[in-house]
Design a protein around this ligand. Sequence first.
Ligand code: ZN
Length: 299
Amino acid sequence: MLVGNGDGFVSCDCGRRHWGLFGAAGLLLSDPRRGVLLQHRAGWTHEGGSWALPGGAVQPDETSAQAAARETEEETAVPGEAFRVLAQRADEHGTWRYTTVLATVLGDAARPRVTNAESTALRWVSPADVADYPLHSGFAAAWPELRGQLDRRLVLLVDAASVVGPRAGDGTNDPAGAVARLRDRLAVLAGVGVVAGDLDLDGVAGAAHWTWWPHVVLVAGGPPGEAGAGIEPAAGIETVAGGDGGIGAAVRAARAAGPGDHLVVVTAADRRREPVAEEATAVVDPAVLRRLLDACTPV
Ligand SMILES: [Zn+2]
């Protein structure tokens, strides 16, 4: 265990004491074939003997996701390269916060084993069986909500022309350049994450205490003269040509690639066609996306 200056107990507004001066975080690691990774907590820990997630105190120089990944590697030997982080849920107490970071395994690199004294066992458990375990009280309370989001991505499908406009909305008369700048700003947003409530996704992708790191699909190009043909992909950003089918074809392809994903389509009202409404989880106005981009990347 790394002993840092985030380690210590907090007397919380809720009347209890919690571990982590800057809050605590845990990793809910899911493997669609094996289940979710649970940790049997050592007897000396808080609520010792119960089952919960690998995790621990957040250090002052860390995000919750970084803390969850570090603690998981310390306790299970599963490195950060073995999974993809999809979302996080914050249990906010006012003076303290517990953040559950949801991740899906990549390939076969996740081979957990007990590596320190905080756990007595690690076990892949089918989601259907989790509630049968004697769970840590905080995890037990959060589990029903967490279970509904396992292995689901937030896919943000952006109709480039509707955001930058057919004539390069930034006034430079450089449509391809405008879409490339949009792509780069989306890459920043994908790294920072999106609060579900800020995209009006409270009902479909968790409430305001959920943050998602979206997979972005940028639909650029299409009818002759439209903005953005030939845009190269960037880190975390998939680019697809609009083509003759427009965004309808891109939306159908995204839905086929991830039937359980939260597929959020950003396009203007006059560009919404049948497949968009049928396949999308939500359709949001370009103005909503522009506000999010302005908040995390200076224009
Ligand atoms: Zn509390």
